[in-house]
Design a protein around this ligand. Structure first.
Ligand code: ATP
Length: 198
């Protein structure tokens, strides 16, 4: 099987995440696309993030709706990193997936803003050996590519200039979010009182 591994903080999940997951799954003919919700992302240690269980709940609700609409299990919310607990390292996640199904081919999906910084990740040799890196361009930060030594493929996707940080700000200030984020995620954010939402 060809498995897409799309890790993120998803604080919160937005339409940009769903769009790239669906596009890459389609373009690379992947059998599964996992949205792996980070437990405790070390890159975001300086910020306060919503509880992992809540971020997972919102991702799960959103992908269920997408799958219902498509009539296939296009996307899957993965709690693998939350179950493992502690600081989240992609190398550990890929190692677990490899161990569970050694014959699977793994594709690690990242945005162009993240790609250039890949060398700062932990145990990069293991990551490079375990998966093919797939880069998509991100609005406002196009052209970021992995450093030398990272075999990667670039998938062209429609550029959507949406980010979780902008959305958190929008919830706090009452700016419109309805075209940027799935309705179930908006409901969940209000239900859990996240991001100082009204
Ligand atoms: P924040 O604004 O809080 O940093 P984010 O919107 O970047 O959050 P993450 O969950 O941190 O969301 O992102 C997970 C992955 O998704 C990263 O690889 C990131 O580059 C990619 N990504 C997020 N939003 C987009 C987008 N609009 N287009 C392309 N890639 C994106």
């Amino acid at each position: 099987m060809r498995i897409g591994v799309f890790g993120g903080t998803f604080d919160p999940l937005h339409n940009g995440h769903l769009m790239i997951a669906l596009e890459v799954r389609h373009r690379l003919a992947l059998d599964r696309m996992l949205l792996v919700v980070a437990n405790d992302p070390w890159q975001k240690a300086h910020t306060t993030i919503a509880p992992a269980a809540v971020r997972l709940e919102l991702v799960t609700d959103a992908v269920e709706r997408v799958n219902e609409r498509m009539g296939v299990r296009a996307l899957e919310a993965s709690d693998l990193e939350i179950r493992r607990g502690g600081t989240t390292y992609t190398a550990d996640t890929l190692a677990t997936l490899r161990r569970e199904a050694p014959e699977d081919e793994l594709f690690l999906l990242i945005g162009s803003d993240t790609a250039a910084g890949l060398d700062s990740w932990k145990r990069t040799d293991e990551i490079r050996a375990a998966a093919t890196t797939v880069v998509v361009d991100r609005g406002g930060r196009e052209g970021g590519r992995p450093p030398q030594g990272w075999d990667h493929v670039v998938v062209d996707v429609p550029v959507m200039e949406v980010s979780s940080s902008d959305l958190r700000e929008r919830f706090a200030t009452g700016a419109p979010v309805e075209a940027l984020i799935p309705p179930t995620v908006i409901d969940g954010i209000r239900r859990h009182g996240l991001y100082h939402s009204a």
